[in-house]
Design a protein around this ligand. Structure first.
Ligand SMILES: Nc1ncnc2c1ncn2[C@@H]1O[C@H](COP(=O)(O)OP(=O)(O)OP(=O)(O)O)[C@@H](O)[C@H]1O
Ligand SMILES: [Mg+2]
Length: 326
């Protein structure tokens, strides 16, 4: 059976439902925005929201992908950095609940967390404190952690840390591990363009990019970008939101649609698409099937608020995935 290892910013997602938007005003968070906050600002937010009801879940892009795979019954592992605190313990427990092997580095800095304020009209405002995740570094990796894994998936958010990424990819390469990256954000791609253009051909087997990330990497629109990315690696995937996704390996191009969904909080869509796609690869399915499973999981996660489906959502998703396996 295939085993998949993930590497990423370990974050705890903290969902807070607001009765009114006064809180956003008082915390000076522009409604609908996604902001990185420093230590002081995050402490202020924590203090202000001390008595608010919170829903926690482990988060971070690669961790979401790994958790999706674990939910599908795949053997998984995850490397990250957390604080020696309550959220750090929570993160570990949440992953271990799904039998994910954790390789966590404990820091003095607090565990990173992303606070999502959900307004009455469903609009979401994020304040993300990276905390201990920012301290994830090359020395924390050792080759033993990669032992026994057939796939290695990491998130583009780590790309600015060149030493970390190169060390991870060297370990993966030494072990003939299949490597995938989700590019995460177009500004990461823009800011590290030369590095990525060298890194991908040398170490990466599969690239997941959304439309903006694909444009940042190639300067081109999806179809042309797909071609160019596929020349850099084995499998190129360009996600085009509600239009589905484009996939290319060698001369073969596939196009995948979407499933019908009721509501539309797209948090986690890209992460769960990757879970579904990689799951298909572990089952040696054709790439259009891999894309279809990606569409199923991303569609189902869009139906819930946040990046975590509940058990009943997962049951429905798994039933749909099982049909693809037949
Ligand atoms: N409105 C929608 N209805 C159904 N499925 C959707 C919808 N929007 C996106 N998806 C699915 O989610 C996949 C990934 O979404 P998207 O292209 O937005 O990637 P992304 O930008 O990386 O996502 P994220 O914002 O989570 O990082 C799509 O390829 C598609 O399968
Ligand atoms: Mg994405």
């Amino acid at each position: 059976m295939s085993k998949i290892l993930g590497l990423g910013n370990a974050l705890v997602d903290v969902l807070i439902r607001l009765n009114n938007d006064m809180t956003l005003k008082e915390l000076a968070l522009p409604k609908g925005s996604m902001q990185l906050v420093d230590d002081k600002r995050s402490a202020d937010i924590l203090k202000y929201t001390k008595n608010f009801e919170k829903t926690l879940s482990s988060g971070g892009s690669a961790a979401n992908t790994i958790q999706g795979l674990a939910r599908l019954g795949v053997d998984t592992g995850y490397i990250g950095a957390v604080g020696s605190d309550e959220y750090g313990e929570y993160f570990k427990r949440d992953l271990e609940n799904y039998n994910i092997n954790t390789y966590l580095n404990y820091r003095e800095t607090r565990t990173g967390y992303a606070t999502a304020f959900i307004s009455k009209d469903s609009e979401r405002t994020f304040a993300t404190y990276l905390g201990a995740a920012l301290e994830l570094s090359a020395e924390m990796l050792n080759e033993k952690q990669f032992s026994g894994y057939d796939y290695f998936h990491f998130e583009g958010y780590l790309v600015p840390n060149y030493d970390l990424v190169i060390r991870a990819l060297k370990f993966a390469k030494n072990r003939n591990t299949f490597v995938s990256i989700d590019l995460s954000s177009y500004n990461i791609v823009e800011e590290n363009l030369d590095f990525l253009k060298k890194l991908i051909p040398e170490y990466v087997n599969m690239v997941f990019a959304n439309e903006e990330e694909a444009r940042a990497l190639t300067g081109k629109e999806p179809e042309e970008a797909l071609k160019e990315i596929s020349e850099m690696c084995d499998i190129a995937v360009v996600k085009i939101g509600s239009k589905g996704s484009l996939i290319k390996r060698g001369d073969n191009i596939f196009r995948t649609g979407i499933i019908d969904v009721n509501s539309s909080d797209t948090t986690g869509a890209g992460d769960l698409y990757a879970s579904g796609f990689i799951y298909g690869l572990t089952k040696s399915l054709a790439l259009n099937k891999c894309g279809q499973i990606g569409a199923i999981l991303s569609g189902k996660v869009i139906e819930v608020t946040g990046a975590r489906m509940d058990d009943s959502q997962w049951q429905q998703a798994i039933a749909m995935v099982d049909k693809e396996l037949k």
